[in-house]
Design a protein around this ligand. Structure first.
Ligand SMILES: [Zn+2]
Length: 232
């Protein structure tokens, strides 16, 4: 996992100043917010503001514990949500790519005109309105060659696609780990249920045995009572 990638994700949702949190939370679980505040040299309120924002975005999760030493206030413990962070970043990059592709198709479909002396730029409609002459200097407008701009946009897209495939790889790893965890949890729960069921059955059998033996004793007592009565 690239910490840099996570920092980009955090920066894009709450700003560059919060990226130090990634170093403190990465690879850890349930980190005390007072420790985070101390390490970031922020007040507890500033720290909480950042963490609440990240939590609203689903990038971090928390548990809270009542601290009786601090007058019964709650202390929050924070954990990075890797899966959510990555899938959020993936969505963002995908949208950026889509936006760039729209720009390319716009540039390909529409014609733009430019003045070679004062570099004023306009679309076909505006150019027609000005009779294909520059409204500033009167120069004849020229059809703008957009191929360089399109190339640049294409380069941006391929960069984003690269980072998208990086995110996808990370996401696959994280999701596999999460699936294993869930699997293990489910197996343990199943084991627990089976053990409980077996225990209940054992108890039931024990009760039944008690009942049978109690009945047996009663019958024996009655029998012996009868035989002794006959003797008399
Ligand atoms: Zn001009």
């Amino acid at each position: 996992m690239h910490i840099k990638l996570l920092k980009d994700i955090v920066a894009s949702s709450v700003g560059q100043s919060a990226t130090g949190i990634v170093d403190l939370l990465y690879g850890k679980k349930n980190v005390n917010e007072f420790l985070i505040a101390k390490k970031l040299k922020l007040t507890i309120n500033q720290t909480r503001n950042i963490l609440y924002k990240l939590s609203d975005e689903g990038l971090v999760t928390f548990i809270r514990k009542k601290d009786n030493k601090k007058g019964g206030w709650y202390t929050y413990f924070w954990t990075l949500n890797l899966e959510k962070s990555l899938s959020k970043f993936k969505d963002k990059v995908s949208k950026d790519i889509e936006h760039l592709e729209q720009q390319i198709s716009l540039k390909k479909s529409a014609r733009f005109f430019i003045c070679s002396s004062c570099h004023a730029e306009m679309n076909e409609e505006q150019a027609l309105l000005h009779d294909y002459t520059c409204p500033e200097c009167g120069e004849l407008l020229q059809l703008k060659d957009t191929s360089a701009e399109i190339d640049q946009l294409k380069q941006q897209i391929s960069k984003l696609e690269e980072s998208l495939s990086g995110v996808n790889k990370e996401l696959d790893i994280v999701m596999a780990v999460e699936a294993k965890k869930r699997d293990r949890k489910m197996k343990n729960e199943k084991k627990k249920i089976l053990a409980e069921r077996a225990e209940r059955k054992r108890q039931r059998l024990k009760e039944q045995k008690k009942l049978v033996s109690a009945k047996g004793k009663k019958v024996k007592q009655e029998k012996s009572g009868k035989s002794s009565a006959r003797k008399k």
